[in-house]
Design a protein around this ligand. Sequence first.
Ligand code: GLC
Length: 529
Amino acid sequence: MLTSDWWRGAAIYQVYVRSFADGDGDGTGDLAGVRARLPYLAELGVDALWFNPWYPSPMADGGYDVADYRAVDPAFGTLAEAEKLISEARTLGIGTIVDIVPNHVSDQHPWFRAALAAGPGSPERELFHFRPGRGENGELPPNEWPSQFAGATWTRVEDGEWYLHLFTPEQPDLNWNHPAVRQEHEDVLRFWFERGAAGVRIDSAALLAKDPALPDFVEGRDPHPYIDRDELHGIYRSWRAVADSYGGVLIGEIWLPDTERFARYLRPDELHTAFNFAFLACPWDAPRLRAAIDGTLAAHAPVGAPATWVLANHDVTRTVTRYGRADTGFDFATKAHGIPTDLALGTRRARAAALLTLALPGSVYLYQGEELGLPEVEDIPADRLEDPMYFRSGGTDPGRDGCRVPLPWSGTAPPYGFGGADTWLPQPDGWAGLTAEAQAADQDSMLGLYRTALRVRRTEAGLGDGPLRWLDAPDGVLAFTRDGGFGCVLNTSPGPVALPQHRQILLASGPLGEGLLPQDTAVWVRLDE
Ligand code: GLC
């Protein structure tokens, strides 16, 4: 059962449908695959599923180029199947979060096709940002805005006008100054809430509003022409009114370094929560982890919103790979492959990070495959890569396919029980030990750890939303308590440290010494009274 404030302390599992499970054997994951695996998700013990976009899409950006927000891509199934999935999950006590992409549509969306056909000066073009070019013959783009992906942000169409796209040319940006754009999205929200969605993840939530003059971008000038503009708050207030009328939850994808600006989106009449990327980007370093945690909690406190904790998603290098590198920091722009990686070390740290994350106040996101300890796949042949980030950077950015490889479910060789043999991205050899089947029987596997941790998290009253109190700890060690005598200790220092006085060990991320917590290990304890 989802209570009305379930989202404040939820464990939410991210399903990248294309790679989760393939029900019809064509090598692409689908809703039938998810429905068949609902028991797995229920056993894992998550409260909700967030689905990456499942709408009809030419897949120029993995489905973030949406052609119809009210349907399901035939490769994934049908709308009726999505409705069944939502209600079956609900029966298991699992809510569904759909992904809404408001910044842009697909170039195949009827609105954009109509805009192209209608020509310059037409009302259809006003739904987007069409402009004449600069230069003598309009041959230069209307301005010089940096792209969110490498490459240009403007594309010229046959009649000579240019249109804006912060991402790929197949993702034209909508004009959020237009009332029809606002109206349409509120209707789309209602559409999914009426079909039982418990929440909505808002893609690129801080990018929608543009300075209507479309001025050149000048470093440091305030306000930014398209990031974090004040107009956004009015948009999200009206979304909140819609969400509240269904008891639905709004979750923003907001990458902003300024925590005070970030928290403005979480005021009581705006979004419920937003992803906290500062924690994800933090290297494996106790003082920096603590600073990220404190900074996050301090930013959320004044607005009364719970924090969210994320270690991975479909856009970033997989956790065990990141933590297996000397510099575990993450930079969205310079994601690299081929860096020396110690996967055993990365896995040990990822296990410890899982216990840290699941013990922090607020909600937690878990990206499919994280519970299996999957590494980034770094050797996908170039002719199989799909991510536009790779192509638009001329191959200097490896792109995000490496964290989107179809999951291994069972067996010893590809497709590892995923479904059809011809998986849309190739799976590597060597994943036999990482399948859900191989790990299910083993308490000490990553899957075993996640299952136990999520179970404890549900039964411990002090976990999820609520206060955290730091304990004194040696250098390199983080120790804190939650209500109910719960304690969490993480040791990132080079040697073992003494465990705190405790009555009971609830769970450890790795083997413990006699009264000792080894390096790169975390433990959950019931503290002495
Ligand atoms: C978000 C998504 C990412 C997508 C981009 C454009 O950052 O998470 O996958 O490429 O928005 O929609």
